[in-house]
Design a protein around this ligand. Sequence first.
Ligand SMILES: [Zn+2]
Ligand SMILES: [Zn+2]
Ligand SMILES: [Zn+2]
Length: 151
Amino acid sequence: MARASHLPAPWADVRDRFHERGLRWTPQRRTVVEVLAGTRGHVTGAELVERCRARDPKTIPSTVYRTLDALEELGLVRHGHGADGREEYHVGPEAPHGHLYCSACGGSWEIGEPQAQAIVHAFRSARDFQVDLSHVTVVGLCTECRQAAAG
Ligand SMILES: [Zn+2]
Ligand SMILES: [Zn+2]
Ligand SMILES: [Zn+2]
């Protein structure tokens, strides 16, 4: 398989940024970054390990997780938590947002504006607490599941 010599933005200089921080740039890390560069939306660590294994069967999970930690420090990914508490990674420059999870159908939705601002404002004014929106995970029932339960 031909390897792309250039990664798309914002990944283009990731190798230099690893080196700046004294982190080694290895073929395994490159595989992780290449898979992430082709990922949209959310991905769990386990899913990422699977996708990396599809490219390189020798992928070691701990390497994937350590690479994710480094990429999060660089601001290239950001983690939140799924309904079961598992870490989910957001790829790319994306505004922080919370998540709604339906406990019946497993559906998930992003909490965007203006509900996000309402949550942040509610806790700021009532508790002087700064909410980390990327860690707001709300579990409940979606419209369809409530209607199905009622019908
Ligand atoms: Zn967390
Ligand atoms: Zn549902
Ligand atoms: Zn999200």
